[in-house]
Design a protein around this ligand. Structure first.
Ligand SMILES: *[C@@H]1O[C@H](CO)[C@@H](O)[C@H](O)[C@H]1NC(C)=O
Ligand SMILES: *[C@@H]1O[C@H](CO)[C@@H](O)[C@H](O)[C@H]1NC(C)=O
Ligand SMILES: *[C@@H]1O[C@H](CO)[C@@H](O)[C@H](O)[C@H]1NC(C)=O
Ligand SMILES: *[C@@H]1O[C@H](CO)[C@@H](O)[C@H](O)[C@H]1NC(C)=O
Ligand SMILES: *[C@@H]1O[C@H](CO)[C@@H](O)[C@H](O)[C@H]1NC(C)=O
Ligand SMILES: *[C@@H]1O[C@H](CO)[C@@H](O)[C@H](O)[C@H]1NC(C)=O
Ligand SMILES: *[C@@H]1O[C@H](CO)[C@@H](O)[C@H](O)[C@H]1NC(C)=O
Ligand SMILES: CC(=O)N[C@H]1CO[C@H](CO)[C@@H](O)[C@@H]1O
Length: 551
């Protein structure tokens, strides 16, 4: 894809407008990620009844039960204890930079982020299986490769072949891949097979109902602290009839508690997104997180697609700081339906994004939606984000699927996403403003006064709930991680040609005693050495208080 050769912007269709000055900084992409952020592999947490994870049921139960221990093997799971050296055999971890994109290894390592079973799928057929993974894409031809799997119920086992599609970018060794195939009725066990060897992996039942017909999938957040952007997004989404499905790697404690309350109220679903780890290996490998694009953001969004494939009418793949306000209709459902009506062969709607700044309230008690909107200022438009009908896609990428024929993308002229990647502190240094300049002018999107008022009243209502008012007192009032991550991205890859796989793995995130995070953790498993594919995965993800503020 083109974006390797241009200044890095994870857009399949780099068509910036208003970028005539060509300053590299203007091309910078993912600021959203700084705030909104990304990543890591995700694990199925509930094998028994995963299709209806009640928003409330898992809060405390899935909190880290004890300090992490060695993974317990699944039934029939081959765990070669003999070679297990405290998680990793150091001499097998390859670090030579010159080899990262070329070295051929004895096996291709695969990390399974999630797998879904569909008794029936409109697009995938009966008893479909979709496996969402990260695959070593330099060891063999990743495109069009197939994966063998065995699905079983109590009476039958069936060998099947899953065909795959990748959302690879050249600079990263590991590629996000979704493979899909079909298996038995009432599948209760799923195994991956390579050359006669197999390993059982966890899977979840796809969802058949969604809280709302429109789901907004939010890229994984790490060291998340910008609760003002969350409040803006969640109340806008709710007003216009969408449910947010938010991937989280790490988040400051009070913000986590705030989100949990919104989850209890049914506005959002929080999804644990975990780091990828190779529990053990007998063959050499490159570290996965370091060699995967942006914490496998594409994998998180594909997970969301696969999870709601049968349940949602429309799925939007946005960042936390990409806020869409419908222009012509009172709901997203009507707006997207009407937009599709204008081009019935469309495979996605692409909403452009305008950079925005706004002045942040320092405290929840002072948060005013009127004031926030009044402080919004618009700048140039950048390439957008996609909204899809889920049956038309089997995978996606950060902006839109690489696998989609670009001629059937419908570029929506207006409205555009209000990309609030520039929160301005009332007090505090706002150093990012100096490092990364935009020419902000008058706000140039439409939010109707009646909507502003209704959103304001909803915020008042929520803020009046005593537990939320109490959490509000502990939310951070000044930025801490936002400028650190932003500067790291700026140093590493924003606004220039990629020279390495883009991600925040090398960012140094200082830890503070007075600023703690909830971070995901999980049990990690590695299957036996299998050729060509050796599988790794996690299970039983938890929210951990002990992991720290890391991405
Ligand atoms: C195993 O790993 C843990 C955590 O990374 C570390 O604290 C411990 O020292 C390691 N033990 C050995 C024997 O390497
Ligand atoms: C998705 O997978 C199904 C089943 O393999 C296939 O029929 C369909 O064409 C795929 N859709 C896309 C957009 O690749
Ligand atoms: C197991 O799968 C086979 C093949 O799909 C099917 O015929 C059979 O009814 C299934 N058995 C159960 C118990 O679901
Ligand atoms: C899709 O529809 C648009 C407008 O309705 C038309 O211009 C275009 O040729 C169509 N594309 C295909 C591939 O049918
Ligand atoms: C995209 O669709 C158009 C119209 O159907 C077709 O001519 C073109 O070959 C397709 N491009 C690709 C890359 O499949
Ligand atoms: C708002 O955007 C439209 C379309 O991009 C443009 O024509 C108009 O001049 C802009 N208005 C302001 C006040 O910037
Ligand atoms: C919130 O509480 C205040 C005082 O406790 C009350 O005056 C106000 O009407 C409440 N607002 C809503 C929307 O419930
Ligand atoms: C393939 C395999 O090893 N299957 C075994 C899985 O575990 C059950 C019960 O523990 C055995 O009965 C199977 O033979």
């Amino acid at each position: 894809m083109k974006h390797h050769d241009v200044k890095y912007s994870p857009l399949g269709y780099p068509k910036p407008s208003g970028d005539t000055r060509g300053t590299v900084k203007k091309r910078i992409f993912l600021i959203s990620l700084v705030i909104a952020i990304i990543f890591l592999l995700y694990t199925s947490t509930n094998l028994s009844n995963p299709s209806n994870p009640s928003p409330d049921s898992d809060d405390l139960l899935d909190f880290e039960p004890t300090t992490s221990t060695l993974p317990t093997p699944l039934p029939n799971f081959t765990n070669p204890i003999a070679i297990y050296h405290n998680g990793t055999k150091a001499d097998l971890l390859l670090t030579e930079d010159s080899d990262r994109l070329t070295k051929i290894l004895p096996v291709s390592h695969v990390f399974i982020a999630s797998a879904y079973y569909y008794p029936y799928s409109k697009s995938l057929g009966r008893n479909a299986v979709a496996i969402n993974m990260v695959v070593d894409s330099k060891n063999f031809l990743v495109d069009h490769s197939t994966y063998n799997f065995i699905g079983s119920n109590s009476t039958h086992s069936e060998h099947s072949v899953a065909i795959s599609q990748s959302e690879a970018i050249k600079m990263c060794r590991y590629a996000p891949v979704v493979a899909r195939g079909n298996s038995v009725d009432g599948m209760s066990k799923l195994e991956m097979e390579s050359d006669g060897q197999k390993v059982q992996i966890p899977f979840k039942m796809a969802r058949y109902t969604a809280p709302k017909p429109v789901i907004i999938c939010i890229s994984p957040q790490f060291v998340a602290e910008q609760w003002q952007i969350f409040l803006m997004h969640v109340h806008v989404a709710n007003r216009f009839g969408a449910h947010m499905h938010i991937y989280i790697i790490s988040i400051v404690n009070a913000f986590f508690e705030l989100m949990k309350e919104y989850e209890r109220m049914g506005y959002i679903t929080m999804e644990k997104w975990v780091k990828m780890k190779i529990a053990n290996s007998e063959t050499p490998y490159f570290e996965m997180n370091l060699n995967t694009e942006l914490r496998n953001q594409a994998g998180a969004l594909s997970d969301c697609l696969l999870q709601y494939k049968e349940a949602a009418d429309f799925i939007a793949f946005f960042d936390m700081d990409d806020v869409l306000v419908p222009l012509n209709y009172p709901t997203y459902l009507e707006e997207f339906t009407a937009e599709w009506g204008l081009q019935t062969n469309a495979t996605s709607l692409i909403y452009g994004r305008r950079e925005h700044e706004f002045v942040k309230a320092e405290r929840l008690s002072e948060f005013s939606f009127h004031e926030l909107v009044a402080s919004l200022r618009s700048s140039l438009t950048k390439a957008g984000k996609s909204v899809v009908k889920p049956h038309l896609h089997n995978s996606t990428w950060i902006h839109a699927s690489h696998r989609e024929n670009q001629t059937t993308r419908r570029q929506v002229a207006s409205p555009r996403l209000i990309h609030v990647q520039r929160p301005v502190q009332k007090h505090g240094s706002n150093e990012i403003k100096a490092l990364w300049k935009f020419d902000f002018k008058a706000f140039n999107e439409t939010i109707r006064e009646e909507d502003i008022q209704a959103i304001e009243e909803d915020i008042w209502r929520v803020r009046n709930i005593s537990i939320i008012a109490e959490i509000g007192k502990r939310l951070p009032s000044v930025d801490y991680y936002f400028p650190i991550v932003f500067k790291c991205y700026l140093d590493q890859f924003y606004g220039r040609a990629l020279t390495e796989c883009p991600n925040a793995e090398k960012c140094s995130l200082p830890q503070r005693d007075d600023y703690k995070c909830i971070h995901t953790d999980a049990q990690y498993f590695s299957g036996p050495t299998m050729k060509p594919f050796t599988y790794h995965f996690s299970n039983h993800a938890v929210w951990s208080k002990n992991y720290g503020c890391y991405q």
